[in-house]
Design a protein around this ligand. Structure first.
Ligand code: DOR
Ligand code: ZN
Length: 342
């Protein structure tokens, strides 16, 4: 296949930051995707409906004229988010709340310390039909960083599903065979997003010939066994798995630093990277449902009606791009990609 056309995809997990940095990255996503779930881990985090509305307006202003792109807003769940705030969020068009276990990742210090503290609020979400998007890693320092997702399933996910069976839960950016299996076997209210980096790379990528900060994200890349299990899940045709890039831009100096920020910037070439992963599994025919159908179906939103075309045409990703006053390096920056959006 040298070119193929699919329904315009959506990105069900995206970081766009704020201010000048946001102006730099939003156009890349708006070019590829019709909608994106906007992560709320700003500083300070987006914790109220009013803040989400204001943030949505700022994002909309960063969309180039004539481009059709809808940001779908989320709130950052804290120990003290109230059921009343859930009502206001619903009225404001917010679609989901995000769980950051306190200390798990970038800007997560205001996150949840114990999920049981939020049960009244989760019940309100269940009633209002707001989704719960979960960063699925325990933060217990005793647990090895490579095991934090698998341990989260037993310590948090299973009790949560038992106590809130009607809540729609997305296990975000899964990275392990255990999570893929858990989601496959769970009921229809549980789904998962998969990033391009976790489908394409294993943890060797972080250490190949020297430490490579641009391959460092959270949850961290796992071993090849896990990557294969994720690719199998993504290409299985199961409606529980869908596209969420977790494109997480950080200025070059924050990545190439003694303490490297977590996150891969993939917004510029996201669908091309997914095409490469699906092609490697001989499953390009499964890409459209993964990228364009399963997400809106799970969220209860209409599928997009326009199309994009991908062509097999090698091109070189720019090494660096402007990022507000700074610069950013895309994942694979300076290297060749096989597919290109027309
Ligand atoms: O790698 C990551 N970067 N993982 C996350 O969970 C957060 C994200 C960010 O905001 O930079
Ligand atoms: Zn994320």
């Amino acid at each position: 296949m040298d070119s193929f056309t699919i329904t315009r995809p959506d990105d069900w997990h995206l970081h766009v930051r704020d201010e000048a940095a946001m102006q730099s990255v939003v156009p890349y996503t708006a070019k590829q995707f019709a909608r994106a779930i906007i992560m709320p881990n700003l500083r300070p985090p987006v914790t109220t409906a009013a803040q989400a509305l204001a943030y949505r307006e700022r994002i909309e202003k960063a969309v180039p004229p004539g481009v059709d792109f809808t940001p779908l807003m989320t709130l950052y769940l804290t120990d003290v988010t109230t059921p009343d705030e859930i009502k206001r969020a619903k009225d404001a068009g917010v679609v989901a709340l995000k769980l950051y276990p306190a200390g798990a990742t970038t800007n997560s210090d205001a996150g949840v310390t114990d999920l049981r503290k939020t049960y009244k609020t989760l019940e309100a979400m269940q009633r209002e039909g707001l989704l719960f998007l979960v960063h699925g890693e325990v933060t217990d320092p005793e647990i090895d960083i490579f095991d934090r997702e698998a341990v989260f399933i037993d310590r948090v996910m299973r009790p949560l599903r038992h106590d809130m069976p009607e809540l729609k839960v997305v296990f975000e950016h899964i990275t392990t065979a255990e999570a893929a299996q858990y989601v496959t076997e769970a009921d229809a209210h549980t789904a998962a997003t998969l990033t391009p980096q976790h489908l394409l790379y294993n943890r060797n990528a972080i250490f190949m010939g020297g430490l490579r900060p641009h391959y460092y994200c959270l949850p961290v890349l796992k071993s090849e066994t896990h990557r294969r299990a994720l690719l199998k899940a993504a290409t299985s045709g199961s409606p529980k798995f869908f596209l969420g890039t977790d494109s997480a831009p950080h200025a070059g100096q924050m990545k190439e630093n003694s303490v490297c920020a977590a996150g891969c910037f993939t917004a510029l070439s996201a669908i091309e990277l997914y095409a490469e992963a699906f092609e490697s599994a001989g499953a390009l025919d499964k890409l459209e449902a993964f990228a364009s159908f399963h997400g809106p179906d799970f969220y209860g939103l209409p599928r997009n009606t326009t199309q994009i075309t991908l062509r097999k045409q090698a091109w070189q990703l720019p090494e660096r791009l402007p990022f507000g006053a700074a610069e950013i390096k895309p994942l694979r920056g300076g290297e060749e990609l096989a597919w290109r959006i027309v």
